[in-house]
Design a protein around this ligand. Structure first.
Ligand code: ADP
Ligand code: MG
Length: 275
């Protein structure tokens, strides 16, 4: 823990404030404490990666940020206002491509635009949908249905649909977990570019150390139920993996993260916990 970089930033206006948040899953006779006293502040335009082994509460935290679940105690604020449920100020991308199978690529993106509640005419909506379909490189496939797309293409549509909501905050839960490594790299670079362009405040969940270093301004390492450490990544964006590997900052950070992350994996293997 000696290399731990605690969040020492000055007090400013935060886009997202997670204050002393705890959450339990309650079943008929049992209670499981999934998150315990989580504190995290995210600045506007910041890209946060939450890194942690399976089961440590990453998706639970995202469900609280999205408003699908409510904290047992504590509170989450966006723009200084306590969140009370899902809202158009936060767009979400899940690991499983949650596209509407009966809508085309463009139809799915149009759905995001309609959800935003903006008063737009049909022509304007169409133009915006075309713009976001193009931004993820899918113009040629805009008339196809999800069943006619590869996994990588589906996830591009999910990203375009989330961007089309034009919310300040973007929440992504292991969006590229099911994508093969080469495509994954392309998608990581695309998301990094688009989030910078659109000045998004991002919370991106991953269990991939390299993905976190490529994308994040800060990496939050979780252990079961709590934050273990926070690591700042100061390398400038956009980052190109080949240029990062071998640099002193990359190697140092990689070592810190591997220690913080895999230590707990090793502990869990020793304890016989399924990963
Ligand atoms: P992660 O996303 O880091 O893999 P989750 O947030 O999905 O972790 O889960 C955290 C813990 O809460 C796990 O131990 C998981 O088994 C438990 N959990 C998740 N969802 C439920 C649920 N609906 N009911 C009971 N326990 C749950
Ligand atoms: Mg999860």
């Amino acid at each position: 823990m000696s290399e731990l970089q605690v969040n020492t930033e000055e007090k400013t206006e935060y886009k997202i404030e997670i204050r002393n948040v705890s959450f339990d899953y309650v079943q008929s006779k049992s209670k499981y404490e999934a998150l315990r006293e989580i504190d995290l502040n995210v600045k506007a335009g910041e890209f946060i990666c939450i890194l942690g082994a399976s089961g440590c509460g990453k998706s639970t935290l995202l469900s609280l940020l999205s408003g699908l679940n409510r904290p047992k105690s504590g509170e989450i604020l966006v723009d200084g206002k306590k969140i009370k449920g899902p809202g158009t100020d936060r767009a979400v991308v899940f690991q499983q491509y949650s596209l509407f199978p009966w809508l085309t690529v463009k139809g799915n993106v149009l759905f995001g635009i309609k959800q935003s509640g903006k008063k737009l005419g049909r022509k304007e909506r169409n133009a915006l949908a075309e713009k976001y379909v193009e931004s993820v490189g899918l113009s040629a496939a805009k008339g196809r249905y999800p069943s006619q797309l590869s996994g990588g293409m589906k996830q591009r549509v999910a990203v375009a649909r989330a961007l089309a909501l034009e919310s300040d905050v973007l929440l992504l839960d292991e969006p590229f977990g099911a994508i093969d490594p080469k495509l994954r790299l392309e998608l990581q670079e695309l998301v990094s570019k688009l989030c910078t362009e659109h000045k998004k405040t991002v919370v991106f969940i991953t269990h991939d150390v390299d993905e976190a270093i490529l994308l994040a301004d800060r990496i939050v390492v979780m252990e079961p139920g709590r934050i273990k450490s926070i690591h700042k990544v100061s390398m400038p964006h956009p980052r190109v993996r080949e240029e990062l590997v071998g640099t002193t900052e990359y190697e140092k950070l990689h070592r810190q993260l591997i220690m913080a992350f895999y230590d707990q994996v090793a502990e869990r293997i020793d304890a016989g916990v399924a990963l």
